[in-house]
Design a protein around this ligand. Structure first.
Ligand code: PRX
Length: 630
């Protein structure tokens, strides 16, 4: 890529009322950032000290590029801090989880104590099945309370969970089960989506073929008559909880023991199993939930992601429970039964912190203001966004229509790899539409050229993180080489793979990916994974996939396909291919358009030049695009 490029920036500001900052946990941005700079290790130690540990750390941080260890020597269990710490204090009967199903009145509420009782029993049930510390457990579930129970039960006994989003198809699930060598798959008979049942167990049946590591499938049976379970291998979620002890002492974990693996798209071949650890991830998600979301005692926190994504791991499950919040989860989709449903949920449950994705905001803009206007959204205090750039139009709509021109918007930039928020405009600081903001206290980030030199304001470059942070990934499962690549592109920094630009105040605007990752509705897709799904169809000789702009989704998938001899282009074949990708990878990966082509632009070495396809698609000179991409 070229050294840098010019970007035109607007300078509009919105400043929330002073009281926001005065009453916030963080206080002003500058003094907090200064506290961090004065003594980074003391800064993190103070935060870690707010949590309970079985043994304190010897060192806050050990850094030997590209490997970091945090809170070395310390012993902990994240569920102790998510559950026991609250139950032993005044929060025993505080509501931990509110679940709302699609049907009106379909609600469940679990206090911290009730949640803990379920987790402990399920943890014992897993143990009884032979699951031990370090074993991998795959969770493939709809958004129901049992999903959260399964996650915490794994963490309780030191099993490493690998959650796969319930929207993924059988091939995607199979790859992830096999890579992690999961011993157990936890699923449900169905998920419910727009009044329809999505048969998850059927997908699991297909996905465990050729997955010899799997000993058992645990099934949450939601529908009547109950789905029949056939072999010894299949077990009922609640039956296995029946004859076990209600008490399960937490496994004493080393701070650096793995907590979970989460697969994210890579630029080549198989997805990357990002590994997060017990201590650092716990401190990072606790810190950002309390000090960045500014979580208070009375808050009702609603993050609209799914636990299958990092956003769900960090800000549905771990962060909010560590901070002792009341968490709302729901299986509802934004437009069913009508586009007012989410606003109604905010009114019904008094949601105070709302965290969603730009794609959802743009979809609501299309539905019109009349939907949110039907409901009372006064409970909202802070609203957030994550997953892709929040464009200024969407920012302004979100601020005015949902936040009633009063709520701070946290446009949070981070990644599966970072585990926690990295860049945002902290509560009470002036916000600039289009800009995520500045690195949060604790994080050192910058925009640099290919050599690692900071670029001046208004000049685009690559986003890097300059210092390790507690919730950073520790490795890529089974592929440490890929881990090192993050730190070796522009050493000694961590390269995020994003293009960005700064303004004079140090605010960072994230422009998009610099590599072959497409972000569709905030979900990361690797072009390679979609291409290999296409090529696995009998009619396809070669395929190339690019992201094209989409008003609502941010980007959509467009595929260029060369057919094998003997196959003719047709509309029927297009829909067959689309269906094939849907069944292999899931609906999120479905191409929005397919074009049959006789050849694809390639480099001398045979690598497909996706940027040329993209340039043609967008009607621009490929030279313009080469400055943007690697
Ligand atoms: O390109 C950035 C974009 O999402 C990527 C990370 O995706 P994933 O690992 O799936 O995690 C998403 C949820 C944390 C980033 O490299 N991204 C995420 N948040 C933002 C963003 N782009 C712009 N603005 C954001 N706030």
């Amino acid at each position: 890529m070229a050294e840098s490029f010019n970007v035109k920036l607007e300078d509009t500001r919105y400043t929330p009322e002073k009281s926001y900052q005065e009453n916030s946990w963080l206080g002003g941005y500058d003094p907090a950032y200064q506290r961090f700079l004065n003594d980074p290790e003391a800064f993190w130690a103070d935060i870690a000290g707010e949590l309970e540990w079985y043994r304190p750390w010897e060192r806050v941080r050990e850094w030997k590029h590209p490997y970091a260890r945090w809170f070395t020597g310390a012993k902990c269990n994240i569920t102790h801090n998510c559950l026991d710490r609250h139950i032993n204090g005044i929060h025993r009967n505080k509501v931990a989880l509110i679940w709302r199903g699609e049907e009106e009145g379909d609600e469940r509420v679990l206090t911290y104590r009730q949640l803990s009782r379920q987790v402990l029993r399920f943890a014992n049930a897993l143990k009884k099945l032979g699951v031990a510390k370090g074993d991998a457990v795959c969770i493939y579930m709809p958004l129901v309370p049992e999903h959260v129970v399964a996650i915490l039960a794994c963490a309780r006994i030191g099993a490493v969970h690998s959650i796969v989003y319930g929207g993924f198809g059988a091939a995607a699930l199979n790859t992830r089960i096999r890579d992690a060598k999961a011993k157990i798959v936890i699923t449900a008979d169905v998920g419910i989506r727009r009044g329809k049942r999505v048969a998850l167990k059927t997908i699991v049946d297909e996905a465990v073929v050729n997955a010899p590591s799997v000993d058992h499938i645990i099934v949450l049976r939601r529908t009547k008559p109950q789905l029949e379970l056939y072999s010894e291998m299949e077990l009922d979620f609640y039956e296995i909880m029946e004859n076990v002890e209600p008490v399960c002492e937490p496994e004493v974990m080393d701070a650096e023991d793995p907590l979970f693996i989460l697969y994210t798209s890579g630029t080549t071949g198989t997805p990357k199993g990002i590994v997060h650890t017990c201590g650092g991830y716990m401190v990072g998600t606790y810190y950002t939930t309390k000090y960045i979301f500014d979580m208070k005692e009375h808050d009702v926190h609603w993050c609209t992601a799914d636990p299958g994504w990092i956003t769900g791991h960090s800000y549905i499950v771990y962060g909010p429970l560590l901070a002792g919040a009341t968490v709302l989860i729901t299986e509802t989709t934004p437009d069913y039964p009508d586009p007012g449903i989410w606003w109604r949920i905010i009114e019904d449950f008094g949601v105070t912190i709302f965290y969603t994705a730009p794609t959802a905001i743009r979809m609501f803009m299309k539905f019109g203001e009349e939907w949110p206007e039907k409901y009372n959204l006064e409970s909202l205090r802070i609203i957030g966004s994550v997953g892709e750039p929040l464009n200024p139009e969407a920012f302004e709509w979100y601020y005015r229509v949902i936040g009633k021109s009063a709520c701070p918007i946290l446009d949070t930039w981070w990644q599966t790899e970072t585990g926690m928020h990295m860049i945002t405009t902290t509560v009470g600081e002036p916000m600039k539409p289009g800009f995520a903001g500045r690195p949060i206290p604790g994080i050192v980030a910058d925009v640099v050229d290919k050599q690692g030199n900071p670029v001046p304001p208004k000049i685009g470059g690559l986003l890097v993180i300059k210092e390790p942070w507690p919730a950073m990934l520790r490795t890529v499962y089974n592929n440490d080489e890929r881990y090192r690549q993050y730190w070796e592109k522009i050493p000694p920094y961590y390269t995020a793979g994003d293009l960005a630009v700064k303004d004079e105040d140090g605010y960072i605007m994230v422009l998009g990916r610099a590599d072959d990752i497409i972000i569709v509705s905030g979900h990361n897709l690797g072009t390679a994974e979609v291409e290999s799904a296409l090529v696995s169809h009998e009619a396809v000789a070669e395929a190339a996939v690019i992201g094209v702009p989409d008003v609502v989704k941010g980007q959509a998938v467009k595929a260029f396909v060369i057919l094998k001899i003997g196959y003719q282009p047709s509309e029927k074949l297009k829909s067959d291919l689309t269906y094939h990708v849907r069944m292999s990878l899931g609906p999120i990966a479905m191409p929005a358009a397919i074009e049959f082509v006789p050849s694809l632009p390639k480099t001398r070495s045979g690598k497909i030049m996706r940027r040329v396809l993209k340039a043609q698609e967008m009607g621009i000179d490929p030279g313009d695009i080469s400055t943007l991409e690697e």
